[in-house]
Design a protein around this ligand. Structure first.
Ligand SMILES: C=CC1=C(C)c2cc3[nH]c(cc4nc(cc5[nH]c(cc1n2)c(C)c5CCC(=O)O)C(CCC(=O)O)=C4C)c(C)c3C=C
Ligand SMILES: [Fe+2]
Ligand SMILES: [Fe+2]
Length: 364
């Protein structure tokens, strides 16, 4: 509890929801993560008994070791899993953004699989007196496999509570102007630094989103349409013509048909057809992770260069781009409207800003 008499305690919380990641890049830790992830009926919709046999008999014994090697190749020295590192940073910087605006809002991070679990995060907020809760998934595009699964887990935990908080959820923000503007800034900053592709010469921008089984789309999952819309709005924001940027889908799992066009074969085709430079960006991943740093920044680069391409540029995910922190703040702010936020008195706010300014002055 805050002891400062100038502050009214915050009882409103924003909980960032993300997928989760192994605790270490080892076969044992990856196996335990994959087991929890791939046992979720929201993720794999195969009858349970059949899937249990396939998962435990084939997938886990083969994939745990192979995936652990890939995780080891992207693990950050001292910081660990990139997904965890950037998700935590996003929660910290969002909390600072609220504080900067004189609003005392609790901000925390919950992972759907692994740690910090949704239950741990909710109990920590409960211990701080949370009365109102906004769920903000780190999935800009809604899918039942990710967003709905994270919401299910929150509902499951709250279902065991006697005194529940008021609850609001952000379903998606795939077309939110602040999200699109942050994406544009991320791509444009890379171009300002390293030069813009020559689109007239045939260079291309590839926008690669995580894939999904095509069956999920046919059953009504809106994810595919939302990815196409994000891609189109980003292309327009960058002033590109439709053929200059391509939307593709990566990380196919298993033998069934997934959303097309697939990223890797598209990159191979571009290389074979004489496209010299590809810039590639993953707008659906707010944080860099295995799927972006290994599959896109490393594996897909090899594919392009092996098939005739010359220049392959991976543009990092939003991570802690200040425009993205602003976007999260804007999106949260909109959904918090009407809820009382803890507010600092004008005197405390002025004092804190004054201290921050003099700290900056003493550094420079
Ligand atoms: C049936 C399998 C899978 C579906 C459906 C799926 C959907 C989906 N996933 C993300 C985001 C991420 N997935 C990540 C890793 C990952 N995904 C799958 C499988 C499915 N994903 C697996 C087996 C793995 C683990 C790694 C591997 O063994 O290949 C990650 C990265 C996690 C990390 O630790 O870095 C993210 C992020 C979305 C957005 C999505 C549906 C839209
Ligand atoms: Fe995935
Ligand atoms: Fe992958």
């Amino acid at each position: 509890m805050n002891q400062n008499p100038h502050l009214r305690p915050a009882k409103t919380a924003v909980l960032l929801l993300n997928l989760g990641t192994p605790s270490a890049p080892t076969p044992k830790a990856v196996r335990s993560y994959l087991k929890e992830f791939l046992s979720d009926p929201r993720v794999v919709e195969i009858p349970r008994i059949i899937w249990w046999c396939i998962l435990n008999g084939i997938i886990l014994p083969i994939r745990s070791g192979a995936s652990a090697k890939k995780y080891a190749s992207i693990w950050l020295p001292k910081l660990g899993s990139p997904l965890m590192h950037y998700s935590r940073l996003q929660a910290k910087e969002l909390a600072e953004k609220f504080a900067h605006h004189g609003q005392l809002v609790l901000v925390d991070l919950a992972m759907r699989y692994g740690q910090p679990s949704t239950q741990q995060a909710l109990e920590a907020l409960q211990a701080q007196g949370m009365e109102r809760l906004l769920l903000l998934p780190l999935y800009p595009q809604y899918s039942a496999t990710t967003t709905a699964s994270s919401f299910d887990e929150v509902f499951r935990v709250l279902g065991t509570w006697r005194n529940q908080p008021e609850l609001r959820l952000v379903k998606h923000y795939h077309d939110h102007p602040a999200y699109i503007s942050a994406l544009r800034d991320q791509v444009q900053s890379a171009w300002d630094k390293d030069g813009r592709p020559d689109f007239a010469k045939g260079d291309r921008l590839v926008l690669s989103f995580h894939g999904l089984p095509k069956r999920n789309l046919m059953k009504g999952d809106p994810y595919h349409c939302e990815c196409l819309k994000s891609g189109r709005l980003l292309g327009e924001a960058l002033g590109l013509e439709p053929g200059q940027y391509w939307v593709t889908f990566q990380s196919r799992f298993g033998k069934a048909e997934w959303l097309k066009p697939y990223t890797a074969p598209t990159i191979e085709k571009l290389g074979k057809e004489g496209c010299e430079r590809i810039d590639i960006f993953c707008p659906g991943f707010p944080a860099d992770c295995l799927e972006t740093l290994e599959e896109i920044a490393m594996e897909a680069r090899e594919i392009f260069l092996e098939h005739g391409g010359k220049d392959y540029r991976y543009i990092p995910c939003l991570n802690n781009n200040p425009e993205w922190i602003n976007a999260m703040y804007d999106i949260a702010q909109h959904h918090l409207s009407g809820w009382p936020l803890g507010v600092e008195s004008d005197a405390t706010l002025a004092l804190r800003n004054q201290r921050a300014e003099s700290a900056k002055a003493s550094i420079s």
